[in-house]
Ligand binder design. Structure first.
Ligand code: ZN
Length: 492
């Protein structure tokens, strides 16, 4: 009898303990094995639309299958359609007997073009019916190459200068011009502007990409020599040849699976766990021959946390159902999560919370930084989950970086879903972070803290579990800027 009483006591005590202490194991090498593959050179930086990105997606899908997740799309892959716009290789411009090459020009818009036509000079190239201003007065621009000064007037602010491109292009087009050349003269070197503007970009193929095909370029004219030449010489012949911007349809995939919850009532609610698996690929790196941006911290770390949670929950599901979403296109502007939020595979009003995992790196391995920690009622579960592994959950220490709105959680927050980002511990966005953030050095090598990583992943899994088991679904705290969207989504 005494034996039975003590047995019952032991069982009761262990039940109590089970509610407060983590009941899963994560072998040290499990997260290490994932990150070493995902951040390997062979995956070439997992750039959206590139081969290494597809291999990473296939790896994640294959793991989801192994862990028993239910696919929410064939083979767990949700195709995301993109338009890739590749920058021109060659821009050759001639005005009179002067020729200009790639280095002196920046093509703003235009496809493959070959134009030979007279050149006309049109001042700033502005026509404004409200004020009666007409820089084209007395000029016939039809069938000609229009050369104009940059901006709208002598003392333009940078905003006016760069904001006038669209308007001036439309005016030139309406005047029947074949091309518009703006003479660039500004404190910011054209070569640097080119690295920002004249590069290959991806956009969602949803009809929002409205890149013009009109040839429009900037020509460096620091010392106003070209302006003087074009103004003084009449009857100049011009020639423009370029391979232009090339558009191509590209598919990259979100990887999505789900695990059904164990509670008869709560399983109709979903916790969405997300992490982006894409990174920024291969790029020239000054002073180094390593050009592969492996993205170990950003975000093979988060992808690994997602995979480990999928394995643990596959073996022992929580009360609520869980969606596992590995996003593509984050580095191109949160595009994969944006697409998913527009085309959810489970209705968004059944998703009670999004715990996203992503980060730039860490500089304090005693903490986990939760971007948005204080903004939802999941706060306590997050704090306790980190504490269980000797880590302190801290709030965003660098609000000026606007990190809340710079990761995939915001795609769901905007729809009203309480959505936060679980990030490796950092107390400031300082040099220790910048050393790795979007650098080729962000690798799973001897500088990477595998011990911290292991604890970080465990804390993430435990946080997800506590939230998915909590009888009360998380909510935005009163007054949050996404509270109205939340009321709209859930109808309460
Ligand atoms: Zn990231």
């Amino acid at each position: 009898m005494r034996f039975i009483v003590s047995l019952i006591f032991v069982l009761w005590a262990s039940c109590l303990l089970a509610q407060s202490s983590p009941e899963f194991s994560l072998p040290f090498n499990e997260p290490a094995a994932h990150i070493k593959f995902l951040a390997s050179d062979e995956l070439g930086g997992r750039m959206t639309g590139e081969h290494g990105n597809d291999v990473a997606a296939r790896y994640i899908a294959s793991r989801f299958l192994r862990y028993g997740l239910k696919p929410l799309a064939p083979n767990y892959l949700q195709p995301v359609p993109f338009i890739k716009r590749s920058a021109p290789n060659d821009v050759a411009l001639a005005i009179g007997d002067k020729t200009f090459s790639n280095d002196e020009t920046l093509l703003l818009s235009g496809e493959a073009t070959r134009v030979s036509a007279p050149v006309v000079y049109a001042g700033f190239g502005i026509v404004d019916s409200a004020t009666g201003r007409d820089d084209y007065k007395g000029i016939n621009a039809k069938g000609k190459i229009v050369v104009a000064r940059i901006g709208t007037s002598e003392d333009d602010s940078p905003r006016e200068l760069f904001g006038a491109f669209q308007r001036k292009q439309e005016i030139a087009k309406a005047k029947g011009a074949l091309a518009l050349v703006e003479l660039y003269r500004f404190g910011f070197p054209l070569s640097r502007l080119k690295s920002l503007v004249g590069r290959t970009t991806l956009a969602l193929d949803d009809g929002s990409e409205t890149q013009s095909s009109f040839p429009h370029l900037l020509l460096n004219d620091d010392d106003s020599q070209i302006r003087a030449f074009v103004e003084s010489e009449k009857k100049l012949a011009g020639k423009l040849e370029t391979d232009g911007y090339k558009k191509q349809k590209v598919i990259s995939n979100n990887v999505v699976g789900t695990i059904e919850g164990t509670d008869a009532r709560l399983k109709d609610e979903y916790v969405l766990l997300s992490a982006h698996y894409d990174h920024i690929g291969i790029q020239p790196t000054p002073n180094s021959d390593d050009s592969i941006y492996n993205g170990a911290r950003d975000n093979a770390m988060g992808t690994t946390a997602l995979l480990c949670a999928a394995r643990v929950f596959g073996e022992s599901p929580p009360k609520r159902s869980v969606i596992f979403l590995a996003c593509t296109g984050e580095e191109m502007g949160l595009l994969g999560s944006k697409f998913y939020a527009e085309h959810p595979l489970v209705p968004l009003n059944k998703v009670v919370f999004n715990l996203n995992v992503d980060g730039a790196g860490y500089n304090d391995t005693s903490v986990v930084t939760v971007i948005g920690l204080e903004r939802s009622t999941a706060e306590q579960d997050l704090i306790e989950a980190c504490k269980a592994f000797g880590l302190e959950a801290i709030q965003d220490p660098a609000p000026e970086q606007n990190l809340f709105d710079r990761s995939d959680n915001v795609s769901f927050a905007k729809k009203g879903v309480p959505a936060l980002t679980f990030s490796p511990g950092f107390r400031a966005f300082d040099d220790a972070i910048n050393k790795y953030y979007h650098q080729a050095a962000d690798q799973a090598d001897e500088h990477f803290d595998f011990r911290y990583f292991h604890r970080f992943v465990k804390a993430f899994i435990w946080a997800a579990r506590r939230i998915a088991d909590n009888p009360n679904a998380p909510r935005w705290k009163a007054g949050d800027k996404y509270e109205t969207a939340s009321q709209r989504l859930y109808g309460r």
